[in-house]
Design a protein around this ligand. Structure first.
Ligand code: SF4
Length: 369
């Protein structure tokens, strides 16, 4: 079967697995300790080795860099600089959108100017809430005021592309509290807003407290009201709601994350970071060639998260197969049940479908099994 993946540009993700303190809901890979020089030395070596291994075969140029975590802003300028130098030496980096995730607690005027000097041009700050009770219930290390102050410092340092991460469906948060946070964030006018529903992950302190009856969470109906309120409020304020949980002022959609949702190639460096390139997926250097069925699953899993969905011809362009025929066992039912809607050669979630994205995607993936 013919497989043709998009090529030309490449995104690079760097994982920095250190945090000041573990949040109660977090199951990301991160450790409560100071960033270790040896980790960054190893990252730089891995980056150089991969760049050399790609050598003349490297037909990509890098147009996005994303430092995520953990809390990358905990790392020193020297640690981050070492990794950035290795990236710029080993890859063809051209006018790249260069993002770093920051925790408000780490932001000082000095830190902000260091990040600017290193070449970061996009900040993604984990604010989560502007209500101190909600922040404390989630075990966040910073206060609401600290987040407000950090935002002012970053703007003062000249950052013109800032994402604020928010969480709804959190403990101590009813729809009114969420609406207050959102209204204040909209007044702050960041270029980008991510709004995620709190996920109760097994094994986390929050999960244990919830199952022991010590913590209450908003109901499913309240959670959905919060989601749709955010989507509507962002749209009314001029933001483009382009992915299930992401909205941006026009032109500020996250180029790096769009690569994940558009099945474009990226490399990931650092503990547990994933890569996807030439139809192979996994952790460097051991990438595994995916089967056609796995690639079709990736397509559904990623592209359907875009609010505009996807053009059916994109599917046939990559796989030489007809999407409607491949999913004929289920698709008519999902459309009839009102979860998905075809329109102008595209397929996308309806408003009702946006409340059940994971279930719908899971049902589609089962067709491929
Ligand atoms: S700051 Fe982020 S990565 Fe670190 S513990 Fe909290 S949620 Fe997890």
């Amino acid at each position: 079967m013919r497989i043709k993946l998009p090529e030309g540009t490449l995104g690079i993700y760097v994982h920095v697995p250190y945090c000041i303190r573990k949040c109660k809901y977090c199951d990301f890979l991160s450790f409560e300790k100071a960033p270790d020089d040896a980790y960054f030395d190893e990252l730089a070596e891995d980056i150089k080795a991969t760049g050399n291994a790609l050598g003349n075969e490297n037909k990509y140029y890098v147009d996005t860099l994303f430092f995520g975590g953990g809390t990358p802003s905990l790392a020193s300028a020297a640690q981050l600089g070492k990794v950035l130098d290795a990236l710029r030496e080993s890859f063809d980096v051209r006018s790249a959108e260069t993002t770093i995730e920051v925790n408000p607690e780490t932001v000082t005027a000095e830190k902000a100017s260091e990040l600017r000097a290193l070449g970061f041009d996009r900040i993604s700050m984990g604010v989560q809430s502007l209500d101190d009770k909600v922040l404390a219930a989630m075990g966040r290390v910073h206060s609401a005021d600290k987040a407000r102050q950090a935002y002012r410092i970053l703007r003062g340092a000249g950052f013109k592309n800032i994402n604020l991460d928010l969480i709804f469906g959190a403990p101590e948060q009813d729809p009114a509290v969420w609406q207050e946070t959102l209204a204040e964030v909209l007044d702050m006018r960041p270029e980008h807003v991510s709004f995620y529903s709190l996920q109760l992950e097994e094994g986390t302190p929050l999960y244990k407290d919830y199952t022991a009856g010590k913590v209450d969470l908003p109901s499913w109906e309240e959670n959905r009201r919060m989601y749709h309120h955010a989507a509507d409020a962002l749209k009314a304020a001029g933001y483009h709601h382009y992915e299930v949980s992401n909205a941006a002022l026009p032109g500020f959609e996250c180029r790096h994350n769009l690569k994940y949702w558009n099945m474009q190639p990226y490399l990931g460096f650092g503990t547990s970071a994933h890569s996807f390139i030439n139809g192979c997926r996994g952790e460097l250097p051991d990438l595994k060639k995916e089967t056609v069925s796995e690639l079709k699953g990736d397509f559904v899993f990623t592209k359907l998260r875009l609010i505009d969905g996807f053009d059916l011809s994109d599917y046939s362009g990559i796989f030489g197969a007809d999407f409607l025929a491949d999913f004929s066992a289920l698709l008519p039912r999902l459309i009839e049940e009102g979860y998905l809607e075809p329109s102008g050669g595209r397929l996308r979630f309806t408003d009702k479908g946006l409340d059940s994205t994971n279930i719908v995607i899971q049902r589609l993936l089962e067709v491929l099994e």
